[in-house]
Write a protein that binds this ligand. Sequence first.
Ligand SMILES: C[S@@+](CC[C@H](N)C(=O)[O-])C[C@H]1O[C@@H](n2cnc3c(N)ncnc32)[C@H](O)[C@@H]1O
Length: 226
Amino acid sequence: MKIDGVDVVGFLCESASRSELWNRFLHIQRTRVMAEIGVWKGDFAADVLKTASDLEIYYMIDPWANLPDWNKPFNVGPEVFDDIYREMDVKTAFAAHKRRILRGRTKEVIDKIPDKSLDFAYIDGDHTLRGITIDLIKVWGKVKPGGFIGGDDFTTTPWQHDVKFEPTMVCPFSVYFAEAMNVPIIALGYGQFLIQKDERSGFSFRDSTGEYGDLSLNKFPPSLSL
Ligand SMILES: C[S@@+](CC[C@H](N)C(=O)[O-])C[C@H]1O[C@@H](n2cnc3c(N)ncnc32)[C@H](O)[C@@H]1O
C-alpha cells in the first residue's frame, strides 16, 4: 500500500503513539475531507483538527446518547452523554468552520455525507459485530476511489472488555470485509487498521505487528473466557 510512492507501513511504523500514527498518515495523504465515527469527548477530533494542515471538512458522527441495545462500557447514562457532548463541543469549537456535527447513529446520519466525497474515514464507534458491520458497509460508498478507511480497536482478542459485554469484532470482521471488497488491509500498531479502497490492488492482509497470525475465533472457547 503506497501513497505517492511512499510505503505506508514503513512510514507509519515509526510512530510513537496512535495520535502520531494518524497525524503522519493525514500528512502524507494530504487529507482534505474526513469523517470520524464515534467521537466521544472529541480528543481525537481536536488533535486532528489542530495538526492536519490540509483538512477542510471534518464530519463527526456520534449519537452522544445512551443506546439500550449497545452492550459496551462506553454506553454511559443520558446525563453523562449530555456532559460529554458539551465537552466535545468546547474542545473542538476552535475549528467550528471545519467540523460538521452529525448527532445520531451511523446508519441514521451517514447520508448527510455525499457519496465518494471522503478522503478518509476513521471508525471508532460501536465495535460489536453489529457495529463494525454497519459502519464499514455504510461508509464504503462515502469514500472516494483510492481513499482510505482506518479504525481503532483492531484487537487480537474479541474479549477486549469483561465477558459480560458484547465481544469486539473489528478484527477479524474488517479483514473479511476487505476480502469481500477485494482491497488491501493492514494491521498497524496501537490496535489500528487501514483499508485502501483500491480494487486494482486486490485483497491482501499485511500484519505489520506480527500479532495477528491466527484470525480464527475458535481459539477463544467460552470455557476459557468465563
Ligand atoms: C471509544 S468512543 C470514541 C473515542 C474517540 N474516537 C476518541 O478517540 O477520542 C466510542 C463512541 O462511539 C459512539 N457510538 C456508539 N454506537 C454508535 C453508532 N451506532 N454510531 C456512531 N457512534 C456510535 C459512542 O457514543 C462513543 O462516543
